[in-house]
Design a protein around this ligand. Structure first.
Ligand code: PLP
Length: 352
């Protein structure tokens, strides 16, 4: 997802979405179910890392409840989005495979699509606006993606991408609102259940909702009484505002340490809004300081390098924002793609 930088409006008021989002093609696919997640698990086996679910002794001791981290920061490309990308690409028919795929992303989704495409011998185009810093461009180019820079904003980059889909017959891969992507992310829920069938509470970072929707589809089917909590930053929480409004709304983006949680859910949202509304038990918002504290905690106590968006579960737990916590807890640590200068500043300023 695009970083919030440069969109420095601090209003959280819902605003109308861009025309590009409304124009996006909306094939009528049914929402994924447990069988789709199981099929995804079989497809991506041996391609995505089956990450460990590791007990955090320090966090368990601090909270008096057993807390386990699902360590997706160990995933290839440094984030869980590879799972959804692999499942989406492996679900394409031969004609679509031949033509290639396209997405708009400067971050973890772009890396996931580029990596999966290279592994599978599929062409991947990744669109970005002219504002994207060159380090992000190079990270995706290094995965052999066809990086296409154009447009003075994310909206413009999206509009340009729509034209390329038409002209070149490329298949669009959504970062979250796609049945195959959701099913791919849902393999995390399957693995949590395999490793910790007695799980009582599950915390999942929330942005567009592909991850938590997938985890919900798997985990709620296998363990209906699990308490599923979506966690996001308090500034610019599009899904939380949408759930409150009872329909998808767009919020103004605000800069956050959790840059991978930025972006809208799309006014024409097909799957994730409904799945979140129906399956997620509650949402929790965390502050920037709580996110920084959690990144430092994860580093000094658990020896994990995490990006802001991956640390929000620990932020919610450590700030006491989750009431009546019941264990064992599974907390999804979603990624490690943080600029190391930012990271070292945060952790050295918070040395215990
Ligand atoms: C994309 C992302 C999320 C949020 O996933 P959604 O499916 O958009 O809700 C959380 N953490 C990281 C590191 C991500 O890249």
């Amino acid at each position: 997802m695009m970083p919030a930088a440069g969109k420095g409006c601090h209003s959280r008021k819902p605003v109308l979405t861009s025309p590009a989002m409304n124009d996006r093609p909306t094939p009528a696919t049914p929402p994924p179910g447990l069988d789709d997640v199981r099929a995804a698990a079989a497809r991506i086996r041996g391609r995505a890392v089956r990450t460990p679910l590791r007990l955090s002794t320090p966090l368990s001791d601090a909270l008096g409840v057993r807390v386990h981290h699902k360590i997706e920061s160990m995933q290839h490309t440094g984030a869980f989005k590879l799972r959804g990308a692999f499942n989406a690409l492996l679900s394409l028919d031969e004609a679509a495979r031949q033509k290639g795929v396209i997405c708009v992303s400067t971050g973890n989704h772009g890396r996931g699509v580029a990596f999966a495409a290279r592994e599978l011998g599929i062409k991947a185009a990744v669109c970005m606006s002219e504002l994207v810093p060159s380090v992000k461009v190079e990270a995706i180019r290094a995965l052999d993606a066809d990086v296409r820079i154009g447009g003075a904003s994310q909206d413009e980059a999206e509009r340009r991408m729509m034209a390329m889909i038409e002209d070149e017959g490329l298949t669009y891969v959504s970062p979250f609102d796609d049945a195959a992507v959701i099913a791919g992310q849902g393999t995390i829920g399957l693995e949590i259940f395999e490793d910790l069938a007695e799980v009582r509470t599950c915390l999942v970072p929330l942005s567009g909702g592909g991850l938590i929707a997938g985890v919900a589809v798997a985990l709620k089917a296998l363990k209906p009484d699990v308490r599923l909590i979506g966690v996001t930053m308090e500034n610019g929480a599009a899904m939380v505002e949408s759930l409150k409004a009872g329909q998808p709304v767009q919020v103004e983006e605000v800069e956050s340490l959790a840059d991978s949680l930025g972006g809208g859910i799309g006014l024409d949202n097909r799957h994730t809004f409904r799945l979140c509304r129906d399956l997620v038990d509650e949402t929790v918002l965390v502050s920037e300081e709580e996110i920084a504290d959690a990144m430092a905690w994860l580093y000094w106590q658990d020896r994990l390098v995490t990006e802001g968006g991956a640390a929000v579960g620990v932020a919610a737990l450590r700030s006491g924002r989750v009431k009546d916590l019941d264990g064992p807890v599974a907390n999804v640590v979603t990624g490690a793609n943080v600029e190391m200068q930012v990271f070292t500043n945060i952790v050295t300023e918070r040395r215990p």
